[in-house]
Design a protein around this ligand. Structure first.
Ligand SMILES: *[C@@H]1O[C@H](CO)[C@@H](O)[C@H](O)[C@H]1NC(C)=O
Ligand SMILES: *[C@@H]1O[C@H](CO)[C@@H](O)[C@H](O)[C@H]1NC(C)=O
Ligand SMILES: *[C@@H]1O[C@H](CO)[C@@H](O)[C@H](O)[C@H]1NC(C)=O
Ligand SMILES: *[C@@H]1O[C@H](CO)[C@@H](O)[C@H](O)[C@H]1NC(C)=O
Ligand SMILES: *[C@@H]1O[C@H](CO)[C@@H](O)[C@H](O)[C@H]1NC(C)=O
Ligand SMILES: *[C@@H]1O[C@H](CO)[C@@H](O)[C@H](O)[C@H]1NC(C)=O
Ligand SMILES: *[C@@H]1O[C@H](CO)[C@@H](O)[C@H](O)[C@H]1NC(C)=O
Length: 230
């Protein structure tokens, strides 16, 4: 790839990471049609949607941003969809509420919710655990056949974590249950944000393994190639 090509790739990744959610989430998202029917009157997502002046579209609750006009998915109800595998919900990464209950889901990876930083209410079949583990939620409880995970805990705000979770010259921000993202502060970039000038932004993603303070995944998204060259 040419230098221009590499720069374009970096710019493209930047836009996908930071603006993708705003531009891509139009009405008629595939995920809203991923199974039959619509959000049912009286369900948790229905109640949330009507009380937040949202609009039901298939299995989604949509909200239009007053200023930008962009449409976001704020709720997703895929209960009773006969789902066995749940792999990609990324279209709904702006969701505040997700209902996956009454599905024979065999296995749900924490990675499905990476980037879901606004998620505050998840309903699951009771034999699944809350994404990121109990430590990622203010309250978790089993109510009959469902498990409710409520109030996402900010992974950047756990006592003792802040000092080392993100490298110097970077800021930590929540990035979904059990995840955090580090972005280099202005003018720093590159491996561990050690270089100054040139590229403005680098993101580092991490996952916290429940209550054990374990960083098991660190990806240097935009600057991997540069880092290797260092
Ligand atoms: C969905 O709707 C189609 C057509 O109406 C039907 O054939 C199919 O059985 C339905 N699937 C479920 C899971 O209800
Ligand atoms: C939803 O259900 C309530 C009571 O069950 C009913 O009063 C209301 O009209 C329903 N709303 C819609 C849009 O169907
Ligand atoms: C956006 O629209 C809603 C409903 O139309 C209104 O209640 C709210 O005040 C508006 N917000 C802004 C920032 O204009
Ligand atoms: C949960 O139970 C359903 C049956 O109700 C089963 O199909 C599914 O594999 C189970 N999932 C796990 C993670 O045990
Ligand atoms: C669940 O999925 C993960 C990754 O997709 C896999 O590593 C793991 O073995 C699976 N667990 C079960 C019980 O299927
Ligand atoms: C997580 O919380 C649920 C509900 O409060 C509880 O049943 C479960 O044992 C907890 N799991 C762990 C690993 O603490
Ligand atoms: C951080 O955690 C403390 C106590 O756990 C809480 O009072 C505070 O509001 C939290 N701050 C943020 C930004 O979440």
């Amino acid at each position: 790839m040419t230098a221009e090509g590499r720069l374009l790739t970096v710019v493209a990744v930047f836009f996908v990471l930071f603006y993708g959610n705003r531009f891509c989430h139009a009405a008629n998202s595939q995920i809203c049609l991923m199974c039959n029917g619509t959000v049912v009157n009286g369900s948790a997502v229905w109640d949330f949607c009507t009380s937040s002046a949202g609009q039901i579209d298939g299995r989604c609750c949509l909200q239009t941003d007053n200023t930008s006009g962009a449409v976001h998915i704020t709720g997703l109800d895929v209960s009773y969809c006969n789902l066995i595998v749940v792999e990609d919900l990324s279209e709904a990464s702006t969701a505040l509420m997700i209902d996956l209950s009454f599905n024979p889901i065999s296995n749900l990876s924490d990675l499905v919710f990476e980037g879901f930083s606004q998620l505050f209410y998840v309903i699951l079949p009771s034999n699944l655990t809350c994404p990121g583990g109990n430590a990622s939620w203010e309250k978790t409880e089993v109510k009959g056949e469902v498990r409710v995970c409520e109030g996402q805990i900010n992974a950047c705000n756990q006592t003792g974590h802040i000092s080392w979770d993100c490298p110097q010259n970077s800021l930590c921000s929540p990035y979904g249950p059990g995840f955090f993202a580090c972005s280099c502060v202005e003018s720093f970039h590159g491996y561990k944000c050690l270089r100054e000038g040139e590229f403005p932004i680098v993101e580092v993603f991490g996952i916290l393994g429940g209550s054990t303070i374990l960083v098991s995944l660190v990806l240097w998204v935009t600057q991997r190639r540069k880092a290797k060259a260092m």
